[in-house]
Write a protein that binds this ligand. Structure first.
Ligand SMILES: [Zn+2]
Length: 309
């Protein structure tokens, strides 16, 4: 999902057999390519004790062109030039590999193996380093003309906001993504020193992360809870418009930020109710991902399974 790479070995019904998470090599394209190839090779070597490894799916936090199979934009990994990543990985591993946007894969995972099984019109929103969404309409993935559909994180939420990694001003992502939740928390801590997180202003050996804020909120830290309430407000503004536009029967929230659970989901639902048409809101379930942070890797494996069977 940008800052981290999650790798898993998954059986044909979506069960996770092996799983590991690594920080992303962000310095150079070659390093990232090597890291991905190594991870795939390692899992390939460990696979035979579980059964035959059929295919690999790779989720990428950016725009993948359906027609050329090229990654066109990776807003949160600007130092990575992306033109040959897919080809390089396929050549080096000798495997059948599918590449897709990570949010599309999260949607696919929840649709095939998670909370959205049996549903026809579903939007999956992932909140992590960035914010993306995958859209299922009439029982099919909606990818748009060239595969770029679902960039919910880059809808404008604040016309006077700050510049986004994509170049636009005031995108949803500039206030509600993991790094921007940290940024907003830091701003509040300058004004309010009652939070348990003020310890991050003391001499310290590391920076505050969104995991720290999630833990603080769950432990009852009021300031951290207020930051998530405000984050839910922003997400609900975007979701209200999306529900009015597409009239889905379910919206799923996943990604690493959703570890905070109802502290974020409740204000999202409250704000969406304020913003959307009543009948649209009433016919839409707004829920947390059933597969938690694994929606994307499970979706990647299951889509690879379905692509090569
Ligand atoms: Zn943007």
């Amino acid at each position: 999902e940008g800052a981290k790479i999650r790798t898993a070995l998954i059986d044909s019904t979506g069960n996770v057999l092996l799983e590991q998470t690594d920080p992303t090599s962000q310095r150079k394209t070659e390093e990232l390519t090597c890291q991905l190839i190594e991870l795939i090779q390692t899992f390939k070597q460990r696979a035979p004790q579980y059964g035959q490894l059929v295919a690999t799916g790779v989720g990428v936090p950016g725009l993948i062109n359906l027609k050329t199979h090229k990654i066109e934009v990776l807003p949160n990994l600007p130092q990575i030039s992306t033109t040959t990543l897919c080809d390089d990985i396929m050549q080096a591993t000798g495997m059948q590999v599918i590449f897709d946007n990570d949010a599309n894969l999260g949607a696919y995972g929840e649709w095939q193996c998670g909370v959205a099984q049996g549903y026809q019109n579903v939007i999956y929103v992932t909140i992590g380093t960035g914010i993306g969404s995958g859209i299922i309409l009439n029982g099919q993935m909606w990818r748009g003309t060239t595969g770029f559909a679902g960039e919910l994180g880059h809808t404008t939420i604040n016309v006077d906001g700050i510049e986004c990694a994509c170049g636009n001003i005031g995108c949803l992502e500039t206030v509600a993504s993991g790094p921007n939740i940290v940024r907003r928390m830091q701003q509040r801590l300058y004004r309010d020193r009652t939070s348990s997180l003020t310890r991050f202003f003391m001499p310290r050996d590391r920076e505050m992360t969104h995991e720290d804020i999630i833990q603080a909120a769950i432990s009852g830290d009021e300031l951290a809870q207020v930051v998530f309430e405000r984050t839910g407000h922003y997400l609900g503004i975007a979701l209200g418009g999306l529900i009015n536009l597409l009239n889905p029967e379910m919206v799923i929230f996943g990604g690493s930020i959703m570890a905070v659970g109802n502290i974020l989901l409740k204000p999202i639902i409250a704000e969406t109710k304020q913003r959307a048409f009543g009948p649209c809101f009433d016919n839409c379930r707004i829920v947390a991902a059933q597969l938690g942070p694994l929606s994307g890797v499970i979706g990647a494996a299951i889509l690879a399974r379905d692509s090569f069977k």
